[in-house]
Design a protein around this ligand. Structure first.
Ligand SMILES: *[C@@H]1O[C@H](CO)[C@@H](O)[C@H](O)[C@H]1NC(C)=O
Ligand SMILES: *[C@@H]1O[C@H](CO)[C@@H](O)[C@H](O)[C@H]1NC(C)=O
Ligand SMILES: *[C@@H]1O[C@H](CO)[C@@H](O)[C@H](O)[C@H]1NC(C)=O
Length: 241
């Protein structure tokens, strides 16, 4: 994506950090994705996707304040997520004010529900990990999908390594306040690898940003759908799952 500016953002909370990267598939192949990574689209002011490991349900508390990433405005700024300063005009990311009174929820990509530790849960409350989501979808079919993925992985992947990538497709014609793209679709996929890094199981899910049913489809089909929707070749797990 030419439009995407990539920066490394360490959400330096002890034990958990998020990172904004340019090529998740590389990280994934190396098998060294430890926390979560977000590919952020500064033009549309929503992420493309967040990628993370799933280690089982931890029942983390929700931290209801949302933070911004100073480094997206200024590379010399702190790599830690911060509260937004309402007198600053943030050019490269969405802020809480964009969402207020918009009617849309700040929909998590890497969700609290899948967080590995409390600090990981806190680290998900950065607006770089969120996109405008239909409120009924957020609390309805998408929540059902997050639960379903967690249940499947708990059943079939314990003792192995579970990776999840969750993303959104920007709608170029729908924005909040002429700034933040409202996604047309949310998608997610998991891949379970054994200790020899062989694929045990994988699956994909794709839903419109409405509260309609989310389709479960093979990752290969999700890759085809996303290639059509993004208008460029896209493979969630680099074709490995
Ligand atoms: C919420 O996140 C902030 C910033 O990381 C942290 O200082 C605070 O303790 C968290 N609050 C809760 C209730 O977890
Ligand atoms: C917020 O930004 C303004 C303008 O840059 C600055 O003067 C002010 O000190 C900032 N406030 C905080 C709490 O950092
Ligand atoms: C995904 O692809 C399948 C098969 O190619 C197609 O039937 C389906 O309509 C697509 N879904 C979306 C949301 O584009």
């Amino acid at each position: 994506f030419i439009m995407i500016v990539c920066a490394v953002l360490l959400l330096a909370l002890s034990g958990c950090f998020g990172e904004v990267v340019d090529d998740f598939t590389h990280t994934f192949r190396q098998g060294n994705l430890h926390e979560y990574a977000t590919l952020y689209d500064t033009a549309n002011k929503i992420p493309v996707y967040s990628a993370y490991r799933f280690d089982g349900l931890m029942n983390c508390r929700r931290n209801e304040s949302w933070f911004i990433e100073p480094q997206l405005e200024n590379r010399m700024a702190s790599p830690r997520m911060e509260s937004e300063n309402r007198s600053i005009n943030y050019q490269n990311q969405a802020v809480n004010a964009d969402y207020e009174n918009s009617g849309f929820h700040r929909g998590h990509l890497a969700p609290v529900y899948h967080a590995r530790t409390q600090s990981c849960s806190d680290a998900t409350f950065t607006l770089t990990n969120a996109a405008p989501q239909n409120s009924r979808f957020n609390q309805g079919q998408w929540r059902v999908t997050e639960k379903k993925v967690a249940t499947i992985l708990t059943q079939i992947c314990s003792g192995n390594s579970a990776y999840i990538v969750t993303g959104v497709v920007p709608d170029n014609n729908r924005h909040i306040g002429n700034r933040v793209s409202i996604p047309s679709h949310f998608w997610t996929a998991y891949c379970c690898l054994n200790n020899n890094r062989r694929v045990i199981s994988s699956s994909g899910f794709l839903g419109e940003n409405t509260n309609d049913r989310v389709q479960e489809i093979p990752v290969r089909v999700l890759d085809e759908n996303l290639t059509a929707l993004y208008h460029q070749k896209f493979q969630v797990f680099g074709g490995h799952c």
